[in-house]
Design a protein around this ligand. Structure first.
Ligand SMILES: [Zn+2]
Length: 261
């Protein structure tokens, strides 16, 4: 096989042309029997992954989020470590996973960190087309597209969300539920269900009201139909935060945001 060089991204005007392939993305490879074939240059995969990561739209706040830097200490609730193991197993089993993951728990326990970590690992390791969508931002963008002067259509906003091999829908239920909101959420879930695409969801709304959810349930926020879809399509990963919050308030302020939300 041809020797490889450090992967580097195409399109960087300051970068030298790839010495292996001259930026064609293809190199000659000679097999043991002397036959020559043309194969992808190592720089090509690096370029593809960089493009996929950029296209996934993971917010800068979660660029650092990986499964191996989701720190769980013995002071924290055991459910957080269990959630990390579920996330790790999900990545290892992918694409042989029959369900999405629904991370449920109060703000600040690291739900988005874990979900964004899964998304990043699947893009980097498996080359999946992934998409991060903030629930509230997504609904706002769809609604803005109805404005006659808008340059975008509803389909343009929804297409990458529906087409992504793996979608992360963050903070489900944070927008006040109206009939339009319930219909839109149901449409997204049904479409992804019918096309058998995997979805990761985080939410601050549990199945039974808690003080940390403002006494609201997931049914209150997305409706009974979407709730039943969720419980049918997803493995529920509950993350309890009581111990974590106690520890957080006792720790140095600079440690407070180490897990994200
Ligand atoms: Zn190359």
């Amino acid at each position: 096989m041809t020797s490889s060089t450090e992967p580097r991204a195409h399109g960087d005007p300051d970068a030298a042309v790839c010495p292996e392939c001259g930026d064609t993305g293809w190199v000659h490879s000679t097999a043991d029997d002397g036959a020559t074939t043309v194969v992808r240059c190592p720089c090509y995969r690096a370029t593809q992954i960089a493009r996929l990561l950029e296209g996934a739209g993971i917010p800068p706040r979660y660029h650092h989020a990986r499964l191996d830097n989701f720190a769980v200490t013995s002071h924290m609730d055991r459910s957080l470590d269990e959630a990390r193991v579920v996330a790790q197993n999900f990545v290892e089993a992918f694409p042989q996973v029959p369900y999405g993951l629904l991370f449920v728990g109060p703000a600040g326990v690291g739900k988005t960190h874990l979900a964004a970590g899964i998304l990043r690992e699947l893009i980097e390791q498996r080359g999946v087309v992934g998409r991060f969508a903030d629930y509230r931002d997504l609904l706002r963008a769809i609604q803005d597209s109805y404005n006659p002067v808008s340059q975008t259509s509803e389909l343009q906003i929804l297409r990458p969300v529906l087409d992504a091999e793996v979608l992360l829908l963050d903070e489900l239920g944070t927008r006040r539920p109206s009939n339009w909101v319930l219909d839109t959420v149901t449409h997204i879930l049904n479409d992804r269900y019918s096309t058998q695409k995997l979805t990761l969801i985080t939410t601050n709304f549990p199945d039974e009201a808690e003080s940390w959810s403002g006494d609201q349930t997931i049914t209150d926020r997305v409706g009974a139909y979407a709730r039943s879809r969720l419980y049918e399509m997803f493995r529920i990963v509950t993350m309890n935060g009581d111990d974590f919050r106690r520890q957080k308030s006792a720790s140095h302020p600079s440690d407070r945001y180490s897990l994200g939300s």
